[in-house]
Ligand binder design. Structure first.
Ligand SMILES: Nc1ncnc2c1ncn2[C@@H]1O[C@H](COP(=O)(O)OP(=O)(O)OP(=O)(O)O)[C@@H](O)[C@H]1O
Ligand SMILES: [Mg+2]
Length: 338
C-alpha cells in the first residue's frame, strides 16, 4: 500500500506544497502501525525521516464508525497550542496541507521514544511517566482555560460528538438500558462544561515516553470542552491495564493515583473538587464503554473479566462517588485482587 504509485504521488504533491520536498527529490514511504483512524507513514527524505499523517473517513474498526476528515487540521492546531505550553511534550510540526488533509511532524524513533502502552504491556510501569502526563495535561488545560481564542478555534462539537460521545457513552447506553439515564447525564454534563482545550484521546497508545518526558500524539479529537474528559479517559486506561496485566496492578494503581493527584494540583481554572467529581462520575461510564461500546479494548477477551468490569461500572453508575480515591478503592476491591 505504502509504495503504490498513487499513494506516493499524493505524498509528493503534499510534501512539495509544504516545502519539505524538492521537485525531483527521492522519497520512500513506510506505513506505521498502531493507528485505526488515519494513514500514518514514516517518510524518508534527504533531510532525514519525517512522519506524515492523513485522516481517514472510515475508521479501521469492526463497527461502522465514520468521522469527519477535517479533524486532521484540529490535530495540528492542538499540537501548535500545546507546543507553546509544553514544547517537549509534542512532536515538532513541520508542515500542513489542509487541502490534502495531511500534516508532517518530526519522526520520533521508537528506540528512544517507546509507546507507553508497550511499556505497560511489558511490565514497565513508572509512576514518573504518569506524573509527567498529569502535569503536562494540567498545564495545557490551565493555559487554554484562560485563552480567549480557544473556544472559536476548537468549536468542534460536530466532530467530538460522533467520534467520542456517541461511540463510547451513547452506544453503551443502548447496550445497557438499565443505566442509560446515568450515561445520558454524563454526555450532557460533558457537553455543557466548556472550559479548556481537550485532547480527546489521552491513551497510553498515543503517548511516547521520550528522554525529556511524555510526548502526546494523535490529537484529532481536539475540542473546546470539558477537561474532565481527558483525565478520565487516561485514568480509564490505567484501570483497564490492571485486568490485562494483573501482575502489575499495584504499580498501575500507584500510577493512577500519581497521575490524578499531580493533575488536580495543577487545576487552577475551577475548584479541584468539582472537576474531580466529574472525572469520578465519568470513569465508570468509560470503562463500561470499553467493554460494551463501539470500540471495546482488544486485550480484555475473557468473559469473566468482562463481567467483573461491568459489575463495578454498574455499581458506580448507580451509586456515583465524588472522589477518585473511592473509584480506585472500588476497583482494587473488585477487580485488581482476585
Ligand atoms: N511523530 C511520530 N514519530 C514516530 N512514530 C509516530 C509518530 N506519530 C505516530 N507514530 C506512531 O504511529 C502510531 C499511530 O499514530 P496515531 O496515534 O497518530 O494514529 P491514529 O491512526 O490516529 O491512531 P488511533 O487509532 O489511536 O486513532 C503511534 O502509536 C506511533 O507508534
Ligand atoms: Mg493513536
Amino acid at each position: 500500500m505504502s509504495d503504490s504509485p498513487g499513494q506516493l504521488s499524493i505524498f509528493r504533491t503534499a510534501l512539495e506544497r509544504m516545502g519539505l520536498l524538492a521537485p525531483h527529490e527521492a522519497l520512500r514511504a513506510e506505513p506505521l502501525t498502531g493507528g485505526v483512524s488515519s494513514d500514518i507513514f514514516r517518510i524518508d527524505l534527504a533531510r532525514g525521516p519525517i512522519c506524515v499523517k492523513r485522516a481517514l473517513a472510515q475508521l479501521k474498526v469492526i463497527a461502522d464508525w465514520r468521522a469527519p476528515v477535517e479533524r486532521n487540521r484540529y490535530e495540528v492546531e492542538w499540537m501548535r497550542v500545546a507546543a507553546a505550553v509544553v514544547p517537549q511534550a509534542v512532536p515538532a510540526i513541520l508542515g500542513e496541507d489542509r487541502e490534502a488533509g495531511m500534516f508532517a511532524m518530526a519522526y520520533l524513533d521508537p528506540a528512544t521514544h517507546p509507546v507507553w502502552k508497550t511499556q505497560l504491556r511489558d511490565g514497565i510501569v513508572d509512576a514518573g511517566t504518569a506524573r509527567e502526563v498529569g502535569r503536562c495535561l494540567a498545564r495545557i488545560h490551565a493555559h487554554t482555560a484562560t485563552d480567549a481564542t480557544i473556544p472559536a478555534r476548537f468549536d468542534t462539537d460536530a466532530i467530538f460528538t460522533p467520534i467520542r460521545l456517541e461511540p463510547y457513552l451513547a452506544a453503551t447506553a443502548l447496550a445497557h438500558p438499565e443505566c442509560a439515564e446515568a450515561l445520558t447525564r454524563l454526555i450532557e454534563t460533558t457537553r455543557s462544561n466548556k472550559r479548556a482545550l481537550v485532547h480527546g484521546d489521552v491513551s497510553p497508545k498515543n503517548i511516547l515516553v521520550g528522554p525529556d518526558g511524555p510526548v502526546f500524539l494523535d490529537a484529532e479529537c481536539a475540542w473546546y470542552g470539558d477537561p474532565a474528559f481527558d483525565l478520565a479517559f487516561c485514568l480509564n486506561h490505567l484501570l483497564l491495564k490492571c485486568v490485562w496485566r494483573p501482575a502489575s496492578w499495584v504499580s498501575l494503581l500507584h500510577s493512577f493515583s500519581t497521575l490524578y493527584q499531580t493533575y488536580l494540583a495543577g487545576a487552577t481554572w475551577e475548584p479541584a473538587a468539582d472537576l474531580e467529581a466529574r472525572v469520578a462520575h465519568l470513569l465508570p461510564g468509560l470503562f463500561l464503554a470499553r467493554i460494551d461500546g463501539k470500540s471495546p479494548v482488544e486485550y480484555i477477551t475473557d468473559d469473566r473479566d468482562r463481567a467483573k468490569v461491568r459489575r463495578v461500572a454498574l455499581q458506580l453508575l448507580h451509586n456515583p462517588v465524588d472522589n477518585l480515591a473511592r473509584v480506585q478503592d472500588t476497583w482494587r476491591a473488585d477487580i485488581a485482587r482476585w
